[in-house]
Design a protein around this ligand. Structure first.
Ligand code: ZN
Length: 455
């Protein structure tokens, strides 16, 4: 179609002016400052998220994969999301491992009697019914175990390894049983993977290897591990009686739980945010990761409550089985492979004082989310750094979806992690509210930008 010339030129520049004033014209991130402030104000005006997290963790307690508590908690989330008026609220089946701890104990028998606080590690086999009583060999590393391999046969090996960082120290929890069994040990113990301790054992996942005998594997406290080490250094004979009734039952069905605000222009494009519904079978899974689920959920509820209608779909997901298998994250990626995910955001580092986000994606996308992050400077959560994501969104990220992980002040995280002390009281209502604000701002702005975040 031919157009007259002068008038459209004028109209064109007017239109440009009008558009520039609207949120997001040509990825005009700054246009979202007001709405970001409204979200932050609303999120930090009350302690709704903390109250809801209390309902979840006090109401259902710990939520290990395969447990009735987890399924009841998922049912409750479905009802509450419906009541919030979220759209497309439903669960999606994922088959999860079903490990049950059973009765368990560890007793120092020599050189003196003491009951050792302990937790079997997730996936461990049981001891024989009468337990395993054996002499203990304490080592400080895998290398030391290799060097003392001849002393390990028939013993219970204890890895007394100080916490440096999680990734490093967790190797002994994950692979300790295999290493100890290879040199003929009858069971293995670890010093709990914790950055501070008040005689609390910390559980977590472990693995066996094809062709290597499966021996029982458990955590004792930091204090007791060090004491046993000192006893060995004095030349004392140490014996422990370990009893565990753990069993692995057949896989059982669980669900990823989700609800959304369907996009007004591009409903098929999705910003997904969430945490994991399951926890270990101790404490309340408040930090890890009830708080992550609730922060993401409250973020979406707030966006809806403020009447915002993002161009793209915003979906909150509570994944299952992060702790001992990762089945939920894999299942979600498979179930939603046909959808275009613009961004995936996870909170699984505790909902302590938020500092910002870690981001994995293209330079262009990093530039955009960094600019969105600036809106969060007023709550000290504006730092966006390179590299980040989460275990549950990992499978999505492997398909090229940009991923983001909420970064918080992690000082106290490994004091409580996977222990009976992961309870609501460890969290601060104002800090939880700021996590909600951070998640809400990023999710809303990225879901509403005129153009999808580039890959
Ligand atoms: Zn977690």
């Amino acid at each position: 179609m031919q157009r007259p010339r002068a008038l459209p030129a004028l109209f064109g520049s007017l239109a440009l002016l009008v558009f520039a004033a609207l949120p997001g014209a040509a990825q005009d991130v700054d246009a979202y400052r007001d709405v970001a402030n409204r979200l932050i104000d609303a999120a930090t005006a009350n302690h709704d998220a903390y109250a809801r997290l209390g309902d979840l963790v006090d109401g259902f307690g710990s939520r290990l994969s395969g447990s009735t508590a987890l399924e009841n908690a998922i049912d409750w989330v479905l009802r509450e999301m419906e009541a919030d008026g979220l759209q497309n609220v439903h669960g999606e089946t994922a088959m999860v491992p079903h490990w049950v701890r059973g009765e368990e104990s560890a007793e120092l028998v020599l050189p003196r009697h003491r009951k050792l606080p302990m937790l079997g590690l997730g996936g461990s086999v049981a001891t024989p019914p009468g337990g395993i009583r054996a002499q203990v060999l304490v080592v400080g590393s895998f290398d030391e175990l290799t060097a003392r391999a001849d002393d390990a046969r028939g013993r219970i090996v204890l890895f007394d390894v100080p916490f440096t960082n999680y990734g490093e120290t967790v190797q002994y929890r994950t692979n300790g049983a295999v290493a100890a069994a290879r040199v003929g040990a009858v069971a293995s113990l670890i010093r709990s993977v914790a950055s501070a301790s008040m005689q609390s054992p910390h559980t977590g996942a472990m693995r066996y290897e094809e062709g290597v005998p499966k021996i029982p594997h458990a955590a004792i406290t930091v204090e007791d591990a060090q004491m046993l080490h000192r006893m060995q250094d004095r030349g004392e004979r140490i014996e422990v009686l370990l009893k565990m009734q753990a069993q692995t039952l057949p896989d059982s069905p669980s669900r990823n739980v989700m609800g959304e605000i369907t996009g007004s222009e591009h409903p098929e494009e999705v910003v997904v945010l969430g945490g994991h519904m399951d926890s270990w079978d101790v404490g309340q899974g408040a930090m890890d990761d009830g708080g992550g689920v609730v922060a993401a959920w409250e973020a979406v509820r707030l966006i809806k409550e403020l009447g915002l209608k993002p161009r793209r779909t915003i979906r909150v997901v509570g994944w299952v089985n992060e702790e001992n298998g990762g089945a939920g994250g894999r299942q979600y990626a498979a179930d939603h492979a046909d959808e275009k995910h613009v961004l995936a955001i996870e909170s699984d580092g505790g909902v302590f004082a938020p500092q910002g986000f870690g981001f994995t994606g293209s330079d262009a996308a990093f530039d955009i989310v960094s600019r969105v992050g600036r809106f969060l400077e007023r709550i000290d959560a504006g730092t966006v750094t390179r590299g980040g994501g989460g275990a549950d969104i990992g499978p999505l990220m492997q398909t090229g979806v940009p991923g983001m992980g909420l970064e918080v002040d992690g000082t106290r995280y490994f004091w409580y992690h996977h222990s009976d002390a992961d309870t609501l009281d460890k969290l601060d209502p104002d800090e939880v509210a700021r996590c909600v604000a951070a998640m809400a701002v990023v999710a809303y702005v990225v879901a509403d930008l005129p153009e999808a975040l580039s890959r």
